[in-house]
Design a protein around this ligand. Structure first.
Ligand SMILES: C[S@@+](CC[C@H](N)C(=O)[O-])C[C@H]1O[C@@H](n2cnc3c(N)ncnc32)[C@H](O)[C@@H]1O
Length: 242
């Protein structure tokens, strides 16, 4: 896995790691403050890989701040270097486990969109707990999204798609399933146009996509829901062992 092919990578001020975050028990961390214009709309991408989606879309949405989260150091470095070279001041790349970042750091109601494209399928049953989408992570995505916010998902993996559909059905009190709308940066015939999509398209794989639109929390159940998703509860795992 040599994303950089021997090139010297410079993450500059784009690439951030856990050392840039406050202690997990220091209270919520508003990631919008990482940007020069924190008042702008905020979107997150989980598993940014080489940063293709961010580089393509951020240039078309200069008034939106994008935070990509990537736990593989090599890809994180590659993507941050790429964003720096493209001089995109509205993108940051964080090197950490995205599910832990949502659970232990992010406050309520700050994000407009969460992007999750070609997430690792973890096909073995004993590894299913490593999949990004879980009942618990959906509760945190719902909490971190603002009113009207969306979780956008694309996969090529049929069994993972079934898992997504089951989780969406079980959490229909939190999200409504809507059709996926491709971003403006997708080329003709593409769903999103990430690196993995292009690789899988050459292999002729099918793509499945959905948008999970955040539903408002009914006022009667708001306090119990907030209690069940409150943070922090316990220490996050060691950042060096994703
Ligand atoms: C199959 S790749 C897809 C990359 C990119 N989204 C694309 O479509 O080209 C999945 C990426 O998600 C990252 N990843 C998986 N689980 C993650 C997590 N919990 N937090 C952060 N990154 C994660 C992996 O390291 C990998 O780079």
């Amino acid at each position: 896995m040599d994303a950089a092919r021997g090139k010297q990578m410079d993450v500059g001020e784009i690439g951030l790691d856990r050392s840039h975050l406050p202690a997990h028990d220091a209270g919520a961390f508003d990631a919008r403050t990482l940007f020069a214009h924190p008042e702008r709309a905020f979107e997150l991408e989980i598993g940014s890989g080489k940063g293709t989606f961010l580089v393509q879309q951020a240039v078309l949405q200069p008034e939106t701040n994008f935070l990509g989260i990537e736990w593989t150091a090599e890809f994180w470095r590659y993507a941050a270097d790429r964003v720096r070279r493209n001089e995109l001041s509205n993108v940051r790349l964080l090197h950490t486990d995205a599910t832990e970042f949502f659970r232990f750091w992010l406050p309520d109601g700050i994000a407009r969109v969460i992007h999750l494209y070609f997430s690792d399928p973890w096909p073995k049953m004993r590894h299913h707990k490593r999949r990004v989408i879980q009942d618990e992570s959906l509760r945190h995505f719902h909490r971190v999204l603002a009113d009207g916010g969306e979780l956008r998902i694309v996969t090529d993996h049929l069994e993972l798609w079934k898992w997504y559909e089951e989780h969406a059905a079980r959490n229909s009190h939190l999200f409504a399933v809507h059709p996926f709308v491709s971003p403006d940066s997708a080329k003709a015939g593409e769903v999103v146009g990430t690196n993995f999509e292009r690789k899988f398209a050459r292999e002729g794989r099918p793509f499945m996509a959905m948008t999970l639109a955040r539903l408002p929390v009914p006022s009667a159940s708001r306090s119990s829901c907030e209690q069940s998703t409150g943070r922090p509860r316990s220490a996050p795992p060691d950042p060096s062992s994703p």
